[in-house]
Design a protein around this ligand. Sequence first.
Ligand SMILES: Cc1cc2nc3c(=O)[nH]c(=O)nc-3n(C[C@H](O)[C@H](O)[C@H](O)COP(=O)(O)OP(=O)(O)OC[C@H]3O[C@@H](n4cnc5c(N)ncnc54)[C@H](O)[C@@H]3O)c2cc1C
Length: 434
Amino acid sequence: MPYLPSPKIVIIGAGFGGLKAAKLLGKKNVGQVVLIDKTNHHLFQPLLYQVASAALSPTDIAAPIREILSQYRNTYVMMGDVVSIDKENHCIHLQNDTKIQYDYLIVATGARHSYFGNSHWEKFAPGLKTLDDALTIRERILMSFERAEGSACDKEVEKHLNFIIIGGGPTGVEMAGAIAEIAHKTMRDDFRKINVSKTKIYLVEGLSHLLNTYPEKLSNRARRDLTKLGVDVITGKRVTDITEDGVLIGDTFIPTHNVIWAAGNQASPLLKTLNSELDKQGRVIVDADLSLPNHPEIFVIGDAACAKDKNGQPIPAVAPAAMQQGRYVAKLIIKQLPKEKRPAFKYLDKGSMAMVATGKAIMKMGPIELSGWLAWLGWGFIHILFLIGFRNRLGVCLEWIYELITGGRRSRLISKPIEDYEKSHKARLAAIKD
Ligand SMILES: Cc1cc2nc3c(=O)[nH]c(=O)nc-3n(C[C@H](O)[C@H](O)[C@H](O)COP(=O)(O)OP(=O)(O)OC[C@H]3O[C@@H](n4cnc5c(N)ncnc54)[C@H](O)[C@@H]3O)c2cc1C
């Protein structure tokens, strides 16, 4: 056996891809692993919308990274914001001026939302990627009903009870379904002045179909389910402006204080510092072994990578792809294979599913296409299975059973008193005017 020195492996990002790689390297006790993340937790993004819609609380879908990796003695966890990568000198720089050397680098920094060149829309239309985003959206949704109840002006009430979700992918569909359930089920009897059932929910998609990566039959089924829940689905029309008073869709202006952005994705700005070729979404174009061209020691995985399968089809930005890529690069590092001996990464598509509302989902697995209760049960089972930690699995299971039986959502707390909310709302509006 040739002597293999213990390499220093730096992983940026403890999402689905980075965590999978760290776990395998830890299990095999290979190298000295340094895992760096901006936050102290691993987040299960697929259930983020349930926090935003008050069905689950943050601790149900997130777990401390240190705790997850505590059993691996070769792994060092660091909370830090990586601001640049110096590939020529094999080191990375953190915001606090710390410099860390590496022999191998795994970049797994995920993606943020993109406003297609209209970044000023973000103030009015928050997106959903982090726990902070989910709590902001939850607070805005709940506050909106409170403000409608407290308002004497019909026009203001209408603005508070209109919700617009932009983007008809899985997140947009899930958010629209969840808000419809809050308004028409959870809070139906909770207000005295306003009629909560008059809440209007609009879901806007620029393409001709919702969930456009799914077969047309399933996409149509999701649309029908949403319509039955009272969601107004608008397809084939683009949002042209968003202001503090509402949204312009083509020539139609819809007054609202509630806009949620679920449209575009943009990879982390950190990737620019790699000085390598990026695609339109700012993702790094990687070789077949997920390494950077001419830099076999740097891997980019998950939502940060633009990778293609052997047929030239792009690998989708989904959690299973990120996890498979994390496992694949960890194995390459364990074997310390030179680039020319590395097999190409192969993505195994195990199917996809999207939730619409309780008892309503769509699912595609190979030739099998399902919708309704069966797909919803499959969706629930898979999500519980992939959550990290027994407590989270049990907690989420119990919350869902409670919601199924009573229609209630237990995480409906607004943490700040009203005066704080009014102050921050005014400050936000003043900042917009500046
Ligand atoms: C609302 C929502 C719903 C989704 N639903 C589904 C679904 O139902 N099914 C599915 O398969 N996929 C779903 N996805 C997509 C899936 O979550 C992503 O494909 C997956 O998280 C990508 O994994 P990743 O490891 O590339 O990045 P992420 O999981 O996003 O992790 C990136 C990590 O990097 C950290 N980071 C970023 N920049 C830095 C930096 N500069 N320094 C230090 N740390 C940094 C972040 O804090 C984060 O922890 C959903 C995504 C969202 C946002």
